[in-house]
Design a binder for this molecule. Structure first.
Ligand SMILES: Cc1cc2nc3c(=O)[nH]c(=O)nc-3n(C[C@H](O)[C@H](O)[C@H](O)COP(=O)(O)OP(=O)(O)OC[C@H]3O[C@@H](n4cnc5c(N)ncnc54)[C@H](O)[C@@H]3O)c2cc1C
Length: 402
């Protein structure tokens, strides 16, 4: 009997679990290596998700709760003085990272999921691929999948010089528990995907699932895309409460108090009273600088990149989890054909590279609402369809352009 083919999956978050589950079901001998030495847990915020995610979970034979989150069908724009200036019917599903993670993690054999395994290098020869870990240990496989996110350690094996590009704005985020909402505010906000759209800024608010189970309740998620100069303002935001400068992002508890106070004051001046009230009820806000990351290739020999390790699009499309699921299924499909691994990976890349690029491009277009200066008049004209508030209302968080 032929030996089972061995897959080494680097990264034990959503992409790693999607692909690990798929390959295991197709008969591969799969090991997932996760750098974190403690179990991954709620990445804080709720997320918008797309139909691919529950469809993939079901295709993998996993049990998906009837309520994978909260369905929101109506959208609205609130002006600075709190009036509804536009509405639209455009459904959206919001869930929580933790809920998706729990479904995948609980179904994956624990003995195949190894915490505290920090990949530092990938090597390959004509017969196999080798993962080399920080503690000097090694693992050998027929295939290695880099599902290790934005700061991937696998990616340099394929694209050594690739750097994320700062988009010129940050996303401030805050959460409010549903119980904290006064009745009147709840009525005005909770059933909607709500936008505040002063020129060059966006505030979004929507209910999301909260924890690892649908019964954990709902929260209200607030996201403020705020232009922030990369040379002058961003370094100040990335300097923590102890005066230490962080590189690309900062752990939320370390964000300096004056930075948070300044954010609250500016939000008050720019957005509707309903948003202000929700922000007052929210826990401590935190921010994430927004970057574009676009790999020029997704495969090299026996190595493939999926999910955020390959492409990180700005969050306006809400595509990250759907892309992770689709990458995993496409890779699984390509590997099912009877052909050498490297050949199967090229077929996977031919399918997924153009899609990753289209998502990045669309997210960039949606981000032009936040942009003040354009390199040329032609660039300004090209951005025009994405700068009208009523267009923003219906274009955000949908994947129907694919
Ligand atoms: C602010 C924000 C908002 C978002 N909102 C949405 C949204 O609304 N909708 C949506 O669909 N998506 C959203 N996303 C994106 C979404 O969460 C991801 O696209 C999706 O979860 C897939 O991530 P991933 O598994 O590829 O990478 P990650 O979740 O980054 O996981 C990578 C894993 O690899 C591990 N790792 C890293 N390096 C190594 C190493 N050297 N060795 C071993 N392990 C390693 C990490 O510890 C981590 O667990 C958002 C992301 C952010 C940051």
């Amino acid at each position: 009997m032929a030996a089972r083919r061995r897959a080494l999956v680097i990264g034990g978050s959503l992409s790693g679990l999607f692909v690990g589950t798929r390959l295991l079901r197709d008969g591969w001998d799969v090991r997932i290596f996760e750098r974190s030495s403690v179990e991954l847990s709620g990445r804080g915020a709720g997320i918008v998700t797309q139909r691919q995610v529950p469809a993939t979970l079901r295709a993998l034979g996993l049990s998906v709760p009837a309520e994978l989150g909260v369905d929101i069908s109506r959208r609205q724009i609130l002006s600075r003085d709190g009036q509804v200036t536009a509405t639209a019917e455009k459904p959206l599903r919001a869930t929580s990272w933790m809920l998706l993670f729990a479904i995948l993690r609980e179904a994956f054999p624990p003995e195949r999921y190894e915490l505290g395994r920090d990949l530092v290098r990938v090597e390959q020869d004509e017969h196999a691929v080798h993962a080399v870990f920080a503690d000097g240990s090694r693992a050998t496989g027929d295939l290695l999948v880099g599902a290790d996110g934005f700061r991937s350690s696998v990616r340099p094996h394929l694209a050594p010089d690739l750097e994320p590009l700062y988009a010129g704005y940050v996303a401030w985020r805050a959460l409010v528990a549903e119980e904290a909402f006064p009745e009147d505010l709840h009525r005005q906000l909770f059933g909607f995907f709500t936008f505040g759209l002063p020129e060059h800024q966006q505030m979004l608010g929507y209910p999301v699932a909260e924890g690892a189970s649908p019964s954990d309740g709902l929260s209200y998620n607030i996201v403020w895309y705020k232009p922030t100069d990369g040379a002058s303002d961003l370094p100040r935001l990335l300097t923590d409460r102890n005066g230490r400068r962080h590189d690309m992002s900062i752990p939320p508890p370390l964000i300096a108090d004056d930075v948070v106070a300044d954010m609250r004051a500016r939000a008050k001046a720019a957005f509707a009273p309903q948003f202000q009230q929700a922000l007052e009820l929210a826990g401590r806000p935190f921010f994430q600088p927004i970057y574009d990351l676009e790999t020029p290739r997704m495969v090299a020999g026996r190595v493939a990149l999926i999910g955020d390790a390959a492409f990180v699009a700005r969050p306006h499309v809400g595509a990250g989890t759907a892309k992770a699921a689709d990458d995993a299924m496409s890779l699984g499909d390509a590997l099912r054909q009877d052909r050498p691994v490297a050949e199967a990976l090229l077929a996977f890349e031919a399918e997924r590279l153009p899609i990753g690029r289209r998502i990045i491009e669309r997210a960039r277009q949606l981000g032009t609402y936040l942009k003040r200066d354009f390199a040329s008049e032609a660039e300004r004209q090209a951005a025009q369809p994405f700068r009208d508030p009523e267009a923003v209302l219906v274009q955000n968080a949908v994947l129907d352009f694919l």
